[in-house]
Design a protein around this ligand. Structure first.
Ligand code: NAD
Length: 426
């Protein structure tokens, strides 16, 4: 299997769960959440650590550690990706699971939030070993997963094929094919049209809405994109389609700047012929990732990793708008600095929600056994994200807060209201 370079996970400025909680706390205060509801919503519903022993190709046995955290299933079955990475840990999985709860609530889809991971380095594993890890992980969590219970999806270093193995393993155990147990599958196995592009497309949809709100014509907007993977490369193509100029792009090998506009198709072609990397791309002047983040532009879209905009560089950010394609690219300590400087931040739980929205469409289509054309998927995606952007912006204005806190307020209120109506069992 041709694996992507695992995204290095940076040391966090805060513990990731604490970072999530500091935003949660601000929103909870605005909502005047009662203490019991506050405790309920902050505490993950289930945290599982599981051992995954497999026999490697050389005959030796190695035991990997796997995790699944269900943060909430108050609004429906929990939803969230599985990450294969050597640095994955339970605190990170807990934070990512909570973000999924808020993300699904922001776009108002009937899911709770979860996340999973296996501590492993896919670069050092063969395809057969990866398949064994995936199947054993799925087998161990068989009582947790299910189309009405908990539905995984891809995340860093897990792809369509891995989702296919999860679907097959689950189906073998329950003795019939159940495609709706996992999303992000190949279309042969019940995947949805438009799922691969959905997150990058969503980044553009909310970026365009933010430009409009700021009174900027997309044709006069320059865009900088960090990370040229699934999210960033599609977002770049989409921004070009609405007339924006992409002045800088980057990947793990470094950045490229061209004030006249980078030829995105040429960059994609370079990536295809250079092992998936931009290394030695001749369509722009070579710059560092740090320089890229601090460029003057209308939109900066961090689409790579966590913790890119921190208290150390936030004061030097010159973008008018940040659209967070990645999960957690801005630390909690950077938020007030950006706000003081008038930078509009379209937060991750809204900006990258296009992926989970089309995952929801995939789940619906699998359960119906009836598949929609790509145009229908894209039209429904655009409607949901535009409405969500407007709801978040209205919330932020009403409470006099930034869009991130507006998004948390909206999401937490939706989950809290559902919880109150359901009542506490026990
Ligand atoms: P990917 O692996 O396809 O792409 C990541 C890109 O970032 C690659 O081009 C990589 O080279 C680059 N990168 C890695 N380290 C970098 C660095 N230090 N500086 C600059 N670039 C660097 O991953 P992806 O699926 O595009 O996901 C990117 C982010 O978006 C992650 O935070 C992920 O959790 C988030 N996200 C993805 C989806 C989705 O549907 N794929 C949905 C929601 C959120």
């Amino acid at each position: 299997m041709n694996y992507k370079e695992p995204a290095p996970i940076n040391p966090h400025e805060d513990d990731p769960f604490e970072s999530m909680m500091s935003r949660f706390d601000i929103a909870a205060e605005i909502l005047e959440l009662e203490p019991g509801i506050y405790e309920y919503l902050k505490t993950p519903q289930l945290q599982v650590t599981t051992s995954i022993p497999i026999q490697l190709d050389d005959g030796t046995i190695e035991v990997f550690e796997g995790y699944r955290v269900i943060h909430s299933s108050v609004r429906g079955p929990s939803k969230g990706g599985i990450r294969f990475h050597p640095k994955v840990n339970i605190s990170e999985v807990k934070a990512l699971a909570a973000w999924m709860t808020w993300k699904c609530a922001v776009v108002n889809i009937p899911f709770g939030g979860a996340k999973g991971g296996v501590k492993c380095d896919p670069r050092n594993l063969t395809r057969i070993e990866l398949e064994k890890i995936t199947r054993r992980y799925t087998g161990n969590l068989l009582d947790i997963f299910g189309p009405e219970r908990d539905i995984p999806a891809p995340d860093v270093n897990t792809d369509e094929q891995i989702m296919g193995w999860i679907m097959d393993t689950y189906s073998m155990h329950i003795r019939h094919t159940e495609t709706a147990v996992v999303t992000g599958k190949p279309t042969y196995l019940g995947g949805s049209a438009g799922r691969r592009e959905a997150t990058g497309r969503g980044v553009r949809i909310v970026g365009e809405a933010a430009l409009e709100k700021a009174g900027i014509d997309p044709k006069n907007a320059s865009v900088v994109i960090q990370g040229f993977g699934n999210v960033g490369a599609v977002a770049a193509e989409e921004f070009v389609d609405i007339g924006c100029k992409i002045i800088a792009i980057s990947d793990v090998t470094g950045g490229y700047y061209n004030p006249k506009g980078i030829d995105i198709q040429k960059a994609l072609e370079h990536q295809r012929t250079h092992g998936g990397l931009l290394k030695d791309f001749d369509g722009g002047e070579r710059i560092s990732n740090d320089e890229l983040l601090e460029m003057e532009c209308e939109i900066l879209a961090p689409c790579a990793l966590e913790d890119q905009i921190t208290r150390h560089n936030a004061g030097r950010i010159k973008a008018k708008i940040i659209v967070e394609g990645a999960n957690g690219p801005t630390t909690a300590k950077a938020d007030p600095i950006l706000e003081a400087n008038g930078v509009i931040v379209v937060p991750d739980i809204l900006a990258n929600a296009g992926g989970v929205t089309v995952s929801y469409f995939e789940w619906v289509q699998d359960r119906m056994g009836y598949f929609w054309p790509k145009e229908v998927v894209n039209e429904r995606l655009a409607r949901i994200l535009t409405e969500s952007f407007n709801s978040v912006a209205r919330r932020a204005e009403r409470h006099g807060v930034n869009m991130r806190i507006g998004a948390y307020v909206l999401a937490i209120e939706r989950v809290a209201n559902t919880l109150k109506l359901r009542g506490i069992y026990g």
